[in-house]
Write a protein that binds this ligand. Structure first.
Ligand code: ATP
Length: 356
């Protein structure tokens, strides 16, 4: 077993408390994402796990092995068996790809170094690139070499610190998939630090959401996206529709009808109903299901590539909501529709969704 366990980690720089009792678990062989806005303490936690910083209190272990506990017990970074893939510019510019990768292998025998270097370069799809220099590689290839270098010594844990940041969007999503595949094949436990919700949700097995030095929610990508713990998390993790509502006897009354909130949202009274736009569905008069839901009209349509954003005006309420729809062709503006919500909604006390 070599899962990562962080228990009640505390870290203060001078008078600034950065981590306030962080608990985090990444199960053996899985990819966890630590997701949160800039400045929330992600990099600090990563540096504590890598051993570049000392804990003030708490404990960090990988499997049965304690890497750090409180201020006094601190295993040196090079003895942790933890590989790190930094943001960018991580390669030694004057060393070839092979030498960069072999660097992490320290003093092991030459044959072993060569064999292992070839093995990990093949794993990241760069077999033929051993003799190239870093400047002869694209940004994506450089990050793959950095991953190969981190994996070469067969670490128990790999930490990735915003490794796709410097890449353009198309390359980013391609490399994400590749990195996930490589980590799976290697069977290594990994923790990815990112401020990009799409990145975390698309590649991680589990997500930990961090805000101001505290983990505020954990779950699978689907769980945190579909059941965010509060309105701020809901808006941070994806597009939302927020409308006023009232929770009474376990049901929410709002412009979209009487809806079911998922358990774990806030208590009775007035508040905000939060729905993902793809959960708002509509049927045009004359179609099947056109008698279900609340009446309204199509107010506007925006083409959005793989789907459309359909703005719907709910009759007699002055409420407008947006739906994400894959319908083709999209019904005409002005068409009469019935609008409903598919599945559960979130309900939070308070007037509107605060920004993260
Ligand atoms: P980003 O995504 O921008 O890197 P982050 O979530 O990784 O942000 P950290 O880099 O961990 O956040 O920083 C968290 C807070 O701790 C910030 O307010 C930062 O200024 C502070 N901090 C980090 N390192 C130090 C340090 N060595 N000395 C003093 N303050 C620090």
């Amino acid at each position: 077993m070599s899962g990562l366990i962080v228990e009640e980690a505390e870290k203060t720089f001078g008078r600034t408390g950065v981590l306030h009792g962080v608990d985090l678990e990444v199960p053996d062989g899985s990819l966890g994402a630590l997701l949160g806005p800039s400045g929330c303490g992600k990099t600090t936690l990563l540096r504590l796990v890598a051993g570049f910083e000392r804990l003030d209190a708490g404990r960090i272990s990988v499997g049965d092995r304690v890497l750090a506990e409180g201020r006094s017990n601190h295993v040196r970074p090079e003895r942790r068996g933890v590989g790190v893939v930094p943001q960018e510019g991580a390669l030694f510019p004057h060393l070839s790809v092979a030498r960069n990768v072999a660097f992490g292998l320290g003093r092991r025998g030459r044959t072993h170094r060569r064999g292992r270097t070839e093995e990990v370069l093949e794993l990241v799809g760069l077999s033929g690139y051993a003799d190239r220099m870093p400047h002869e590689l694209s940004g994506g290839q450089q990050q793959r070499v950095a991953l190969a270098r981190a994996l070469a010594p067969e670490p128990a844990l790999v930490l990735l610190d915003e490794p796709f940041n410097a890449l353009d969007p198309a390359l980013r999503s391609e490399l994400r998939e590749e990195v996930r595949q490589v980590l799976r094949t290697a069977g290594v436990t990994a923790l990815l630090v990112t401020h990009d919700p799409e990145e975390a949700l698309s590649i991680a097995d589990g997500v930990a959401l961090m805000r101001e030095g505290v983990i505020v929610q954990t779950g699978t990508p689907r769980e945190v996206y579909e059941r965010p713990g509060d309105a701020g998390l809901a808006t941070y993790l994806g597009e939302t529709v927020v409308i006023p509502g009232e929770l009474r006897s376990g049901r929410v009354e709002c412009a979209l009808g009487t809806l079911t909130p998922y358990t774990g949202t806030d208590g009775p009274g007035e508040g905000s109903v939060v729905v993902r736009p793809e959960r708002i569905v509509f049927a045009v008069e004359g179609e099947r299901d056109a008698d279900e839901g609340v009446p309204g009209r199509i107010a506007d349509v925006t083409f959005a590539g793989h789907d459309s954003v359909v703005h719907l005006a709910v009759e007699g309420t002055g409420t407008r909501v947006k739906a994400r729809s894959h319908r083709h062709p999209v019904p005409e503006i002005g068409a009469r529709v019935r609008i409903r919500v598919s599945g559960e909604v979130a309900f939070f006390n308070g007037a509107a969704a605060p920004v993260w």
